[in-house]
Design a protein around this ligand. Structure first.
Ligand code: PLP
Length: 290
């Protein structure tokens, strides 16, 4: 696999970073993951805007212009043998003597790789997945796409050990998100999700689902959601660039609705698949705005 490290494309096995990199020592960096369909990145502008915001919030200099990011991403995509990709890129505060305070002079480290993007198989979507819940004990800046993911890792491991697809998180009795996805519920035909705040990652897929709901006149409400309302919801979905829109059919061993993906999910899933074919997959390189 060809990866990108600090200005160079090279085989993954040859990409070496100093042990003093603050990404390694402190988890001091941010990242992005852009889905690529038929070799064209989806919503690159929005992903780059989210990266810029993450970098600004942690005061790491953005080492590239949007045009430079786009060119590197196109080259990285071209260096892979597969058409649908998940382009991962991270920027750390760079290499410096270990000291919590920012180094006076350090160059940000840029690392990028691209892996095959595999949507959940149809049979899995048809069956839906299980989720378990946990208290959201992460920091209070979950809106920053930080590479310090130990909180998310520990929370995801709870569902992994339970053989479940995701861990759904509650903070102070309210739904936040899941360990690596956003969460939607349906109650009485209304699609609901928490509004963007410092407690959740502003998902690009979350935005797509909101747009599809609005464009198709599906009732939608962004508001705080209590734990009880999640546990008695008719439907629960999780969304992310890799999971797309995925139905959760049991929470902590209790069936959601009748234990099968619900009608509003089916509608949204169809809309998302149509959108993928007509918009995401039909994108043209020349038309990728940054
Ligand atoms: N929330 C968390 C904690 C995530 O890690 C992710 C994606 O990895 C998301 C939400 C969904 O974001 P997106 O739709 O941009 O993939």
């Amino acid at each position: 696999m060809t990866v990108f490290l600090n200005g160079k494309f090279l085989p993954a096995g040859e990409a070496k970073v100093s042990a003093l990199d603050r990404g390694f020592i402190f988890g001091d960096g941010v990242y992005e993951l852009v889905p690529v369909y038929s070799r064209v990145p989806f919503r690159l502008k929005e992903h780059l805007a989210r990266l810029e915001r993450s970098l600004a919030e942690v005061a790491i200099r953005n080492p590239h212009s949007r045009e430079q990011w786009r060119d590197i991403i196109f080259k990285l995509i071209d260096a892979q043998a597969f058409d649908d990709q998940g382009v991962y890129f991270q920027v750390t505060r760079g290499v410096a003597k270990r000291d919590h305070a920012f180094p006076k002079s350090a160059e940000p480290t840029v690392f990028m790789m691209s892996n095959p993007l595999v949507a959940p198989p149809a049979a899995q979507v048809e069956a839906g997945g299980a989720a378990v819940s946990a208290q959201d004990n992460r920091w209070l800046r979950c809106d920053i796409k930080s590479i310090s993911l130990i909180g998310n890792v520990l929370l995801r491991q709870i569902s992994a050990e339970a053989g479940a697809a995701e861990t759904i998180l509650f903070r102070d009795g309210r739904l936040t998100e899941a360990s690596s996805s956003n969460v939607f519920i349906v109650r009485g035909g209304v699609i609901q999700s928490p509004p963007k705040s410092n407690l959740i990652l502003p998902g690009i897929t979350y935005d797509v689902v909101l747009e599809l709901a609005r464009d198709n006149q599906l009732p939608l409400q962004l508001a705080d959601i209590g734990e009880k309302d999640v546990r008695s919801a008719d439907e629960i979905w999780v969304t992310s660039s890799s999971k797309e829109v995925f139905p959760i059919v049991s929470l902590d061993g209790v069936s959601v609705g009748d234990g099968r993906p619900g009608p509003v999910f089916r509608r949204m899933h169809r809309l998302y698949q149509e959108f993928k074919q007509k918009v995401m997959r039909a994108g043209k390189r020349e038309a990728v705005a940054v």
